[in-house]
Design a protein around this ligand. Structure first.
Ligand code: AOF
Ligand code: ZN
Length: 399
């Protein structure tokens, strides 16, 4: 005989699988799944597809033919309590007379934040919380961080050989990692709202940083249609405003400016932030002088706050060592993904990072290992900031 807690984890794992189907399409909403179980049988299942469309609970009620009376609802996120684009799910669950609701993670949206659970309990519905909370929180980590704060979740991604070279001396870097790794990056980009890079990388490599449907792994193509794919906003850090002066002609030539929306982050000598439309898909934002450090570099936290104000939830940093180092040094990286190929690029190769060495080891920038996986020939090393790792540990300890 299985214990109730094991049964709860089983159905929640299935609800989480359903939730993940929305990962490419629900922005700015989280990806949520819901399953109704009555007398040991799944009677309805659903997931949130797109903002403005019904939430997971409502999809699952419809899938159950409208009758979920007396059932247990497994929901990966606390049911909402507010009128947003759609009415509150918590009230609907009460109205449908469900017997019990099992919730994985709370919804940190200030409009919800515990009120969904409260509505259910006040109506006499039994609520069990924190079932697979860590997994549910991690699935929506970008939503979870950004809805409750002012900055997006930051993923830094790098590709390197086994001796930490990221390009040969002359800049050759195509390709260090194999196709499987590059397709994995496509999947990551397809889930992000913005890619941040530096002017130096854009000039040196002329990257597109776009998502190509045909290069997505099959697992991703099963969850998103060709025409549903979102292209991340391309954010270019140009603290010296070179793309508006010396390199102005490049705005027409560089691939990154050719089709998708791009945002140039520039500096101004004024006290206020200003914005300017450069053409129908490229904008520039001029950060005030207090957003520059003593060397004239843009304060990256200010850039993140600005992106947060534009409802960007998840940014992917794809850049050379200088920008990558700056994000690391300023403690702005939530997770670091390293794609490591089993190749030696040699001692004259360009380093993937070039941080100053600390005087003592205790002061070294450090992170925690989350997962290490072998993709075809390469390793995918997934590291987390200490903050994020301890948050996850706290979820584990609550179990
Ligand atoms: C749920 N179930 O499946 C999702 C929820 O504008 P709306 O009406 O779509 O509401 C968006 C907010 O609802 C979102 O910010 C988050 O707090 C919550 N998402 N809630 O009960 C769902 N996707
Ligand atoms: Zn809802």
């Amino acid at each position: 005989m299985l214990k109730q807690s094991e049964i709860d984890r089983y159905y929640m794992a299935r609800a989480l699988k359903l939730a993940s189907r929305g990962l490419y399409t629900t922005y700015p909403n989280p990806a949520v799944g819901c399953i109704f179980v009555r007398q040991g049988r799944i009677i309805g299942a659903g997931w949130h597809h797109k903002a403005g469309q019904p939430h997971a609970e409502i999809m699952a009620i419809a899938n159950a033919g409208g009758d979920v009376k007396g059932a247990t609802a497994y929901v990966t996120l606390e049911p909402c309590s507010h009128f947003g684009r759609t009415p509150p799910c918590a009230l609907r669950l009460v109205h449908e007379q469900v017997a019990r609701v099992v919730v994985a993670a709370g919804d940190p949206n200030p409009k919800v934040s515990g009120r969904g659970i409260e509505i259910l309990r006040q109506a006499g519905i039994e609520v069990t919380e924190h079932v697979l909370e860590k997994e549910a929180w991690f699935l929506n980590r970008a939503f979870m961080k950004s809805i409750a704060g002012s900055t997006p979740f930051v993923t830094l991604k790098v590709a390197m050989g086994i001796d930490c070279g990221t390009a040969l001396e002359d800049g050759q870097s195509k390709w260090i990692t194999d196709e499987r790794s590059r397709h994995d990056v496509q999947k990551l980009r397809a889930q992000c709202d913005a890619v941040i890079t530096s002017l130096a990388t854009v000039i040196a490599d002329d990257p597109r940083y776009s998502v190509r449907y045909d290069e997505l792994p099959r697992s991703a193509r099963m969850k998103v249609g060709r025409h549903e794919l979102r292209q991340p906003l391309k954010v270019i850090i140009d603290s010296r405003n070179l793309l508006l002066s010396a390199y102005a002609s490049k705005l027409e030539e560089l691939k990154i400016f050719s089709a998708d929306h791009a945002l140039l982050c520039c500096a101004s000598s004024c006290d206020d932030l200003s914005e300017k439309k450069l053409n129908d898909h490229t904008d520039a934002v001029f950060f005030p002088k207090d957003a520059l450090d003593k060397d004239g570099h843009l304060n990256l936290n200010k850039v993140l706050e600005y992106l947060g104000s534009r409802q960007i939830r998840h940014v992917l940093v794809e850049a050379g060592p200088r920008l990558a180092d700056a994000f690391l040094k300023q403690d702005l990286v939530d997770e670091l993904l390293i794609y490591e190929a089993p190749k030696f690029l040699g001692k004259t190769s360009r380093r993937v990072f070039a941080l100053e060495s600390p005087k003592i080891l205790d002061n070294a920038v450090s992170m925690e290992v989350y997962k290490v996986r072998k993709l075809s020939h390469d390793l995918k090393i997934h590291l987390l900031s200490h903050d994020l790792a301890s948050k996850l540990k706290a979820f584990e300890e609550r179990k």
